[in-house]
Write a protein that binds this ligand. Structure first.
Ligand SMILES: Nc1ncnc2c1ncn2[C@@H]1O[C@H](COP(=O)(O)OP(=O)(O)OP(=O)(O)O)[C@@H](O)[C@H]1O
Length: 269
């Protein structure tokens, strides 16, 4: 995290839905290996921004670059192949399938060979690829400590475990950048502590760059390298966790405290 080029560069992104301006000229960049959090009040545009990065939404204006490549016009699957993974605010698991199948299914579109290749599947190294894929999924399952539920039907699991399985499915795609949309929402304290530990390990040991939206300020301040604050679709602050917490614009957005307009040093969009 020194003089490297950013892995993700967002330039002047605006997003308009009919009369609603979800994002207004937001720019920021994330360096390889960073754990970067996006915070802000409800409706501030956090999920919209994540959707612009993953490809679910195309910005009305502005651009998204990933590893130096302009991906603004690319579809989500193409961005996934380049190395962008994500989890969702609302769980998106196949409830009737078991945990292992839920995790495996995420990687199928990345495999070069599949059943549709016919003979190639059996003679073209596909079995080896499938085996390697399975082995990697097993590593992810061990890492996220969900071996004991690998055969359980996803829909029968507790909310906290389902969130962990959803993370496993995203990690199984081996993304270089993982987007986490409220990974701790609805969790109890113990589940949150576990999830925070997994996110730190993904970042530090597995080398994944993380962009996370999270409402739990304690967790955000504890584990983030840098934090960006959105309010009404605009960036109002960005910096180290302590700097952001001390920012008067942020205090105002969150707590309704008086904004100190005289503070020229604060980074404001
Ligand atoms: N698909 C959509 N169609 C129309 N308006 C949308 C759409 N998605 C988001 N919006 C609007 O854009 C604004 C920003 O929403 P967004 O979900 O990005 O905020 P958020 O910061 O993630 O909020 P929360 O913390 O409540 O999840 C809101 O006014 C929302 O109603």
């Amino acid at each position: 995290m020194t003089s490297q080029s950013p892995i993700l560069q967002i330039s002047d992104v605006s997003l308009v839905f009919g009369g609603v301006r979800a994002l207004s000229d937001v720019s920021f960049s994330v360096l390889p290996g960073e754990l970067f959090s996006i915070i802000g009040p409800n409706g501030a545009g956090k999920t919209s921004m994540l959707n612009c990065v993953s490809g679910r939404y195309t910005p009305t204006t502005g651009s998204v670059s990933f590893k130096g490549q302009d991906v603004t016009g690319l579809k989500p699957n193409d961005r996934a192949e380049l190395g962008i993974g994500r989890t969702f605010q609302n769980l998106a698991l196949f409830g009737h399938m078991n945990v292992l199948d839920n995790i495996m299914v995420g990687r199928h579109h990345l495999l070069k060979n599949n059943f549709l290749n016919g003979p190639l599947y059996w003679f073209g190294g596909a079995q080896k690829e499938e085996l390697e894929h399975r082995r990697f999924c097993e590593d992810v399952i061990d890492f996220l400590e969900i071996s004991h539920i690998r055969k359980a039907t996803a829909g029968t699991l507790s909310y906290g475990l389902r969130k962990r399985v959803e993370l496993a499915r995203a990690v199984a795609l081996r993304p270089d950048l993982i987007l986490l949309d409220e990974p701790m929402a609805g969790m109890n304290l113990e589940e949150k502590e576990d999830m925070a530990r997994f996110i730190i390990d993904l970042n530090e040991e597995w080398g994944m760059t993380v962009v996370m939206i999270e409402h739990d300020m304690g967790v955000v301040m504890d584990i983030s390298n840098r934090v960006m604050v959105l309010d009404f679709g605009r960036k109002i602050a960005e910096g180290l966790p302590d700097e952001v917490m001390a920012n008067s614009h942020v205090k105002k957005a969150y707590l309704g405290e008086e904004d100190d307009e005289t503070d020229e040093d604060e980074q404001v969009a």
